[in-house]
Design a protein around this ligand. Structure first.
Ligand code: C2E
Ligand code: MG
Ligand code: MG
Ligand code: MG
Length: 297
């Protein structure tokens, strides 16, 4: 995989370094065309409420459905999109697609489902990130802000300017939730948590891996959960792959879980089928009642 070639993202379609300049150029043009041509698609991964067992949210994860190279993962093109500025139109496309999808799901299911969208620092900081346009899309779709979570990174907060704070505040004023992604892996400074209003912390998969075998990871997860709750934030654990991790995090008071244990990121249709099948198996326990079902009529 291109990932194995380190940070040189431009080797994706090229086997020789000699071609790398031309490849970067070609790749950029291809990515630009891909955005206009509908090749940029979203897969959705459920986020499970560990207190109730309900699925209230899905994270939208971008993929490039390339006509010749198949499904390309974000690790292989996001860095290029960021360094070239293409992340702005790409990110806007992602936001719009996710908003339309969650509106359709809410309509279809009568449930207050939400979608979580990743926004990289380069995109957030760009003049091109037009919060007004994004918010008016939500209004047109009749979506409350709470239907959308924006996932930012510690790096954005570290590099934060007046403009970053203002945009974050605009989103929060509209009811959009802000999640701090990959928490614990960046240049964390806990003072950011006080300075910015963050709704959710996502504990990075690193700390969730080997939870049962590693007492340091358990201590870190416990500390993050306690601190978050004291500060009024909810916690999502990423990369849950086993029943043991699920059980431990649930008992530790972690609010939400995400990972292959529940489901991988899948196409929108497959996500709906997964959700309905899960509802069916939980029906006898009456769980769907608590899963944000709205009364019709
Ligand atoms: P992330 O936001 O931390 O997303 C979680 C990643 O972990 C996803 O990889 C997901 O498929 C993977 N994952 C989830 N559960 C498990 C698990 O149990 N085990 C393992 N091994 N992996 C799991 P993916 O889809 O390849 O995305 C990678 C990263 O690319 C994301 O990390 C995010 O930083 C970035 N990304 C994805 N979509 C977008 C987007 O629309 N915009 C931007 N700017 N970045 C995006
Ligand atoms: Mg994320
Ligand atoms: Mg993450
Ligand atoms: Mg991550």
């Amino acid at each position: 995989a291109a990932k194995d070639k380190g940070r040189n993202q431009y080797c994706l379609f090229s086997s020789t370094m000699h071609d790398s300049v031309r490849t970067r150029h070609d790749l950029l043009r291809e990515l630009q065309l891909a955005i206009d041509d509908g090749q940029i698609v979203l897969h959705y991964q459920p986020i499970v409420d560990l207190h109730t067992g309900c699925v209230a949210k899905a994270e939208a994860l971008v993929r490039w459905q390339h006509p010749d190279h198949g499904l390309i993962m974000p690790g292989d093109f996001i860095a290029l999109a960021e360094s070239s500025g293409l992340i702005v139109p790409l990110g806007e496309h992602v936001f719009m697609q996710a908003a339309h999808q969650v509106a359709a799901w809410r309509h279809q299911t009568g449930r207050e489902l939400a979608v979580s969208v990743n926004v990289s620092p380069a995109q957030f900081q760009s003049e091109g990130l037009n919060s007004t346009a994004l918010l008016s899309t939500l209004r047109e779709l009749n979506l409350p802000g709470a239907a959308v979570t924006i996932e930012i990174t510690e790096r954005l907060l570290m590099e934060s300017t007046e403009q970053t704070s203002r945009k974050l505040q605009e989103f929060r004023d509209a009811g959009i939730h802000i999640a701090l992604d990959d928490f614990g892996t960046g240049y964390s400074s806990l003072s950011y948590l006080k300075r910015f209003d963050i709704d959710l912390l996502k504990i990075d998969k690193n700390f969730v891996d080997d939870l049962t075998g590693n007492s340091q990871n358990r201590a870190l997860c416990e500390a993050i959960i306690t601190m978050s709750h004291e500060l009024g934030m909810k916690v999502v654990a990423e990369g849950i792959e086993s029943q043991e991790q699920h059980d431990w995090l649930r008992a530790a008071g972690c609010d939400y879980g995400q990972g292959y244990f529940y489901s991988r990121a899948v196409e929108a249709g497959a996500f709906m089928r997964w959700l309905c099948a899960r509802d069916d198996t939980q029906h006898s326990t009456g769980l769907p009642e608590h899963c944000g079902a709205r009364r019709h009529g």
